[in-house]
Design a binder for this molecule. Structure first.
Ligand SMILES: NC(=O)c1ccc[n+]([C@@H]2O[C@H](COP(=O)([O-])OP(=O)(O)OC[C@H]3O[C@@H](n4cnc5c(N)ncnc54)[C@H](OP(=O)(O)O)[C@@H]3O)[C@@H](O)[C@H]2O)c1
Length: 246
């Protein structure tokens, strides 16, 4: 029987996640397109299935372990393995419409632990929770890969401005957590890397950003996904495939 390559993408009804699903389906992957709103997941999958029938829309809030367990059970039943996880879902408090909430993870004088922890829960911890629930399915793949979408804003050595605590802190934490996770899951042959996609035209990146989503994902596929070796696991890579400064 023909082996079906399966990918899971989080936060994927729009932006970079949606484009990951489009390009992975074009490569022949069966794609599980997830979004926390089930209707948005289904509509996005339908839009992509105009050209293919390879995309399945599923509900997933990445901090919800009950949903993660349920989705992993469904993937096990449907495919028995998973080859690629793109941990894409993320929040940037600068985009919150409620500016007092934004300030609680942005400005020192308005900072709250609750808002900081919420951003860290989504951006730093949830990618590990996803791998926790899909680890045995990844281990059932002949060449399993996890790509965590980080950011240059998580780079300590490049940080040149103040504030923005929730986002910079959470992406920096994601980088170090992945380095540790990658070392643990190496025994299952799972390669797990963090990537900086560059500045990309999405709701988060805004219209003036350097890259379209099509360009950004194509670069990540060509320069990172298709070139990965076990030696890359745990690294923080730039969209051109080079190592990103920590
Ligand atoms: N655009 C850039 O320039 C840039 C640069 C560096 C890194 N990144 C990273 O790239 C990733 C994708 O961002 P984007 O630029 O494509 O922005 P986007 O269009 O705002 O997409 C973010 C996605 O994450 C989802 N999400 C947020 N919290 C979630 C949760 N708890 N569970 C499930 N999904 C959740 C959002 O869904 P909802 O609508 O339901 O919230 C949305 O689909 C993020 O991790 C971001 O930090 C982006």
């Amino acid at each position: 029987m023909e082996y079906k390559k399966v990918a899971l993408v989080t936060g994927a009804y729009k932006g970079l996640g949606f484009e990951w699903c489009r390009q992975l389906a074009a490569m022949g992957y069966r794609v599980v397109l997830t979004a926390r709103n089930p209707q948005q997941a289904e509509e996005a999958a339908s839009a992509l299935n105009k050209d293919t029938t390879l995309v399945l829309g599923k509900a997933l809030g990445v901090t919800d372990e009950t949903q993660l367990a349920g989705l992993a059970a469904w993937v096990k039943e449907e495919f028995g393995h998973i080859d690629l996880i793109v941990n894409n879902a993320g929040v940037n408090p600068k985009d919150y419409t409620d500016k007092s909430r934004m300030a609680a993870a942005f400005y020192l004088d308005q900072l709250t632990a609750a808002e900081m922890l919420e951003v860290i829960h989504i951006n730093s911890i949830a990618p590990l929770l996803v791998v926790k629930h899909f680890r045995t399915l990844l281990a059932a793949s002949p060449a399993p890969v996890v790509i965590n979408i980080s950011s240059w804003l998580g780079s300590v050595s490049q940080l040149g401005f103040g504030g923005h605590y929730g986002y910079v802190g959470s992406k920096n934490l994601l980088n170090v957590l992945n380095k540790s996770m990658a070392a643990e899951i190496r025994k299952d042959n799972i390669i797990s890397v963090n990537v900086n996609p560059g500045w990309v035209q999405t709701d988060m990146g805004g219209p003036k950003a350097q890259f379209t989503t099509t360009q950004a994902v194509a670069q990540l596929i060509e320069n990172v996904l298709l070139k990965l070796t076990p030696q890359h696991s745990g690294l923080f890579l730039n969209y051109d495939g080079s190592e990103h400064p920590w």
